[in-house]
Ligand binder design. Structure first.
Ligand code: NAP
Length: 337
């Protein structure tokens, strides 16, 4: 690896206990770099910090990622009254920092090179260049798009993927929510705080969401369901949504349905393109790990939604972050004898 380095290695700091975050093109040598700052990443930071590994978390441009956009989390143990995603992320960050984790905010990883083995090269979009003995990848997933006409053009002008961010703008307005999973129902319930009417458009006549959420949704007077239906097009002018073109998948009937906003919650895709050709991925793009959160690259681990297509809960991401951190710690200890 070092044969190919063109940057100045003399600036790397062997004393890992006092390493600083360097802003520019200096190279910094870290024992553990955690990419991503969601529940998996911040938990991995907590565990590796407590193991005296002085981890550096490259947080991305939004601390907490997707979870920080969740209005209320009711199923994370230890918080019987529930709390917001932002609150939970802030608490996790503080806890990791208390034990020495360093969180590099407003910076995202732009390039990695795992091809030569440890130490791995990690570059950030603010010209940071790092060498890392181990890397824990926790970059999560991104909301899926419908890919229908009007969606892209009207995103931010009535089309949204985040009720917590944009619900406020729909006070006394009508909104359509697309999807039938936990996210769609949870966000539809949240939107009833503002909107006068919420129509959930679902492509089947059965919901994927959990029973408890279904019950709460059916009981809410503001929420209505449009079953067996897909959105074909989103119409708008002067920078705002005016209607959606709906198609009944059983009858093929097309209807133009007036609405002021469209909230899309139809699942997620893993943010794994950055690792294309380096980390093994499954047919859906999720990074493949074993039970110890090891990837196909010795010394690189992954945790959270980047590698979990099945559970995708805050609680499971936290568990996976724990396992990845412990595996990374053991991997370093074994290597260092
Ligand atoms: P999801 O469970 O995959 O549900 C996606 C929904 O969108 C499904 O109902 C699906 O329909 C529909 N859909 C997918 N592609 C579509 C398309 N192109 N057009 C129209 N509809 C489409 O995704 P999610 O709701 O984001 O949840 C993801 C994971 O996070 C799940 O494991 C969920 O349990 C978890 N989650 C948990 C909570 C919580 O516990 N508080 C909250 C949010 C999410 P079909 O049903 O027909 O496939």
């Amino acid at each position: 690896m070092s044969d190919n380095l063109t940057f100045n290695l003399t600036t790397s700091t062997p004393n890992i206990q006092t390493a600083e975050v360097l802003p520019d093109e200096a190279v910094q040598h870290e024992r553990v770099i955690i990419i991503g700052s969601g529940p998996a990443g911040l938990t991995a930071a907590l565990y590796t910090a407590r193991a005296q590994l002085n981890p550096l978390v490259i947080a991305g441009h939004e601390l907490g990622g997707q979870v920080s956009l969740t209005y209320e989390i009711e199923n994370y143990p230890g918080f019987p009254e529930g709390l917001s995603g932002q609150e939970l992320v802030e608490l996790m960050k503080r806890q990791a920092e208390r034990f020495g984790a360093r969180i590099k905010m407003f910076s995202a990883v732009s390039e990695v090179d795992f091809s030569h083995g440890s130490p791995f090269t990690v570059k950030t979009d603010d010209n940071g260049v790092y060498l890392a003995d181990t890397v824990i990848v926790t970059v999560g997933a991104t909301p899926r798009h419908l890919n229908v006409p009007g969606e892209k053009e009207l995103t931010g002008n009535g089309v949204s993927y985040c009720a917590t961010c944009d619900g406020f703008f729909f006070r006394d307005k009508r909104v359509v929510v697309v999807g039938g999973g936990d996210s769609a129902l949870e966000e539809a319930l949240f939107l009833t705080r503002f909107a006068s009417r919420v129509d959930i458009v679902h492509r089947r006549d059965q919901l994927r969401a959990g029973q408890m959420l279904q019950k709460r949704t059916f009981e809410n007077e503001k929420i209505h369901f449009i079953w067996n239906t897909v959105v074909e097009r989103i119409n708008g002018s002067s920078g705002k949504v005016e209607s959606v073109l709906l198609r009944n998948v059983e009858t093929s009937e097309i209807t133009e349905y007036p609405t002021d906003g469209v909230f899309i919650f139809i699942g997620h895709d893993p943010n794994s393109d950055l690792f294309d050709g380096q980390l093994e991925r499954d047919a859906f793009g999720y990074v493949v790990t074993d039970r110890e959160m090891r990837t196909n690259i010795d010394g690189v681990f992954a945790a959270g939604e980047i590698q979990d297509r099945v559970y995708r809960q805050v609680a499971t991401s936290v568990g996976q972050g724990t396992a990845a951190a412990m595996s990374a710690e053991r991997w370093l200890a074994a290597r260092e004898g």
